[in-house]
Structure formats: C-alpha cells, structure tokens
Design a protein around this ligand. Structure first.
Ligand SMILES: [Zn+2]
Length: 328
C-alpha cells in the first residue's frame, strides 16, 4: 500500500515508541524481581556467560555446543519459572506484552508489512478512528433480532422481516468465513433504518479483527476523494496514496450509495472503482436505500450489470429500527 514518506515515518516512529515502552517495562520488572530474589539475577547472569562460552565453542568448530546450550537454557528457564511462581508472579510476567503478537510490534513479518501496519496506514490516511468507536457498539455481539417482526411478510418473497434478516446474517457469516478463499461482494438494499449499515459494520469488525484491511466510506466521502484526486492539480502524495488504497484494501465499504449528488463524474468513477476491484478480486460491500431499478437508472446499465453479476444481493425490509428504538 503506497504511503507518503511522512506517513511512513509517522508509523515507524509509533512502532519504535511501542518497542521502547515495552523494553522499559521489561527492564523495570526485571529490576523488581531481582530485588525480591537475588537467585533470579544469578540465573540470568549464568545464562549470559554460558551462552557466550557456547558461542565461542561453536566458532571453534564444536558442533555440539548449540545442543548443550539449548538443554541448559531449558533447565535455567525451568528454575526461573519456579522462583517466579514462588514470588507469586505469572509465568509471563517478564515477557514483553505486544499489541500485535504477529510482528512483535515491529510492523514487519520478514520483509512483508504486517496486517497491523496496513490497517494503521489506512487509519492514518483516512482518519478512520470514528469507525472504530462505532464498531465497538455495532457488531455481531450487540446485534439483535428483537426489532425484526415474525409477522409481516414481504409479498415479493413471502418471508417475514425476521426471516429475511436471519438469511442476511447467515450470508454475511458465510462471506466472512470464506473471505480469504472465495471472492465475493455484498449489496444491501432496502428502506431506511432496516439495519443495512449495522450489518456491514458487523462484517467490518470481524474482518478487522482477523487482520484484514478495511476502508469505510459514505458514498459522499468516496466521491470527494475521487474528486480531489482528479481535479486538484496539486494532488499531494497523501491524496494519491489514499486514492490507491481504495483499489487495494481487502474490503471497501461504500455506505449510503445514492445520498451523494449523482452526476456524470460520480457515475463513471463508481463504475471504474467497482470494476477495478472486481478485476483485482478485492471485495466490496455497498449499501443503499435505492431500489434496484433506481440503481440501474442512475448509475447506468453497465455498472448495474457488474453489480448484479458479482454481488450477493440482499434486500432487507422491516420497520424503521431508529423509530422503534425511540418508541421503546
Ligand atoms: Zn503486527
């Protein structure tokens, strides 16, 4: 994912700060346990000198040196754990506590950027911190069927709003489960307040938690980025990289399609964006209050045909949950 130099530096500085903080924590804790029991320091000193000794032996061609070292380390660590336990500490007390165990807060796994780096880049570029707090409230754990009636059914499908939602949730679960294996996209449509945005937030949360890069935009914000990238000659590095990420991220969410002011620019950009992501096999979720016919009318047949052929179309229906919540 392309980043400007200043963005890259910002992220690397954050990782360095995390590592230093962690090292300080470990040092403080070591000092604390050494003060409580001098045997721990003796063991650590013994580990250092024995390691050095074995390294010298290895350099002199003693091939058994490494195996001896491993055996001895196991024994030293066992002794260490026994003492820590006697002192009432957990066995992990002297280990660093990483925010991301996968890259140990370095941002890299080998030469590859870690998933936490990629998401941090997205957060930085789009200042998506607002979506983080929304996802704390809107996820599968807080999701409830309470607002969906088991009585009124949709004449077109014969399903109640409860059944419709149950099917939609099961499609979303499948989408998440197979995300790394099967290329798929979701299209939520239906009236205001039937839970389209909530459902896409549930999916976003699950995928973020499993290390995927997710970008959330309202349609309005998305077209604003396109507009800035196209029309402002002095597009700086940050805008160009933001623009790239729209095509590269693992999941792009376009919320409230149709609430922007559609014009020939937005219509052609939407086609380009959806088409490019399909070619790259990167998933997209769209939600809209528009009907299928309106989507075809406003965004052209070619866009509509891309959507209808590559997206799982989920029509939600029911009462406006925002109003129901107020009435309760
Ligand atoms: Zn990481």
């Amino acid at each position: 994912m392309p980043l400007s130099n200043s963005q890259y530096d910002t992220i690397i500085r954050e990782y360095n700060a995390k590592q230093i903080k962690n090292q300080h924590m470990v040092d403080d804790r070591l000092k604390e346990v050494y003060d409580k029991d001098a045997r721990l320091q003796e063991i650590d000193d013994a580990i250092s000198s024995f390691s050095l000794l074995q390294a010298r032996k290895l350099l002199n061609g003693d091939t058994k040196a490494l195996i001896e070292l491993r055996h001895r380390l196991v024994e030293y660590n066992r002794q260490r754990q026994v003492i820590l336990k006697e002192l009432g500490y957990s066995e992990k007390y002297l280990e660093p506590s990483y925010e991301c165990a996968d890259c140990k807060d370095t941002g890299y796994i080998g030469n590859e950027r870690c998933h936490c780096f990629k998401q941090r880049a997205i957060d930085l570029v789009y200042t998506q911190s607002n979506i983080r707090s929304i996802l704390k409230d809107e996820n599968f754990e807080t999701f409830t069927y309470d607002y969906y009636s088991g009585k009124d059914s949709n004449p077109a499908t014969g399903l109640t709003s409860l059944e419709t939602m149950q099917n939609a949730v099961s499609d979303c679960r499948k989408f998440i489960r197979e995300f790394d294996l099967v290329f798929s996209n979701l299209f939520f449509y239906g009236d205001t307040g039937v839970g389209k945005t909530f459902l896409s937030n549930c999916v976003a949360k699950e995928l973020l938690d499993t290390g995927h890069s997710v970008i959330y935009f309202t349609a309005f914000q998305l077209f604003e980025i396109f507009e800035r990238n196209t029309f402002r000659q002095a597009a700086n590095e940050d805008i160009i990289s933001a623009h790239q990420n729209i095509f590269d991220c693992d999941l792009l969410i376009i919320d409230d399609l149709g609430t922007e002011m559609p014009n020939s620019f937005t219509i052609s950009k939407l086609f380009l964006c959806l088409n490019e992501r399909i070619l790259r096999r990167k998933s997209t979720i769209i939600s809209t209050n528009l009907t299928i016919n309106q989507v075809a009318e406003i965004y052209s047949e070619r866009t509509f045909s891309r959507i209808s052929s590559s997206y799982v179309m989920l029509k939600l229906f029911g009462d406006d949950i925002r109003i129901l919540k107020k009435l309760r």
